[in-house]
Design a protein around this ligand. Structure first.
Ligand code: SF4
Length: 338
């Protein structure tokens, strides 16, 4: 893995942020692309947020990219463009929590901080058969304490990286390779014959259900998009005009909604096809999305609300968009300019 070949704190930071919610196989390509486009803190800081989101699109959890961008600018201001070397300074950067600060300071600067990510939680919970849920503070504290006590102070970088990689390659979530595992003799989860019962999780909360109705308007070779500016998922990404409802609603109901009337301002519209529907799963939300394709005749005088941006339909690829909208465009065989 390229991020294991470097001690550059910036590159380690990028890899850690990308891999926070992304599998290694998927994150690898993004890491290579992102660090080619922004090879240094300086290059990231001098880019616009939109450029950063363009490189990030498809990875999800866009606040990670926005926070990195803000933190890169903070490094330019507060640390003269030099990545900070002290744990507390690293921790003070936007979007960097204890885990990421520990990973950067141990891998880049060999500081003795245990970096406890999901892999480390799983490995230690199995090795020691920890019965407390690791997504609650008691279990997490127990694992962190064990990781600290196991870490050799003369080589925290190797320890942290080894245990993370051991978790992603050997002690994997669903099918740990116990038969080949060099720690088998010491593993309490294995000796209890139920390694995958660990780690124990607290009950998961039901995801919030949301109902999105998008309007893909086509008018004289143009379409309309809007930027999500509210404090919500996908902030600053672009999407088609949206009407959100509190439940599953058909077109009849939408036609009567104030949001719809404001969007089309009394123009008689009829979507050309039944909507394309998608279920899109995020960590805490389940989105039921319908995309209506609406073709307006060339003569129609369409005066949309001011927040809508009129663009040529082949210019969609110039704007960062969420994966849900991309899924729709791909299903329509619309390359969105890419
Ligand atoms: Fe993980 Fe199995 Fe090894 Fe225990 S024996 S550490 S459960 S791979």
């Amino acid at each position: 893995m390229p991020w294991r070949e470097t001690s550059d704190p910036y590159l380690i930071w990028v890899s850690e942020v990308i891999l926070q919610q992304t599998r290694v196989a998927q994150g690898w390509d993004y890491y290579v692309r992102f660090t080619r486009r922004f090879p240094t803190v300086q290059s990231l800081a001098s880019a616009s947020e939109e450029e950063v989101l363009m490189e990030w699109q498809g990875l999800g959890y866009y606040s990670r990219a926005r926070n990195m961008h803000a933190a890169a600018r903070d490094i330019m201001d507060r640390f003269n463009g030099e990545f900070p070397t002290r744990y507390n300074d690293i921790l003070s950067l936007k979007g960097i929590g204890e885990y990421t600060a520990s990973a950067i300071s141990s891998i880049a600067f060999n500081e003795p901080h245990a970096a406890v990510d999901g892999n480390v939680l799983r490995v230690i919970a199995r090795l020691f058969a920890i019965a407390d849920p690791i997504d609650a503070s008691k279990g997490k504290k127990a694992v962190t304490g064990i990781a600290r006590s196991l870490m050799p102070l003369d080589n925290p970088a190797a320890f942290n990286q080894a245990i993370m990689d051991f978790g992603s390659l050997v002690c994997t979530p669903a099918q740990p390779k116990c038969d080949e595992c060099p720690l088998q003799d010491y593993c309490m989860g294995y000796s209890l014959k139920r390694p995958t019962d660990f780690p124990v999780s607290a009950k998961k909360k039901e995801p919030k259900k949301r109902y999105f109705h998008y309007f893909h308007i086509l008018h004289n070779g143009s379409t309309y998009i809007t930027r999500r500016v509210k404090q919500d998922i996908w902030k600053n990404l672009y999407e088609f005009p949206l009407v959100e409802t509190s439940g599953h609603e058909g077109l009849d109901h939408l036609l009567e909604s104030p949001a719809f009337k404001e969007l089309f301002a009394g123009i008689p519209i009829l979507p050309v096809d039944p909507p394309s529907t998608f279920k899109h799963v995020l960590s805490h939300q389940l989105i039921h999305a319908s995309f209506y394709r609406v073709v307006l005749s060339g003569k129609t005088a369409f005066n949309p609300p001011g927040e809508l941006l009129k663009i040529k339909r082949d210019q969609l690829g110039l704007y960062p968009i969420a994966r849900l909208t991309r899924k729709y465009l791909e299903s329509m065989d619309d390359s969105c300019g890419k």
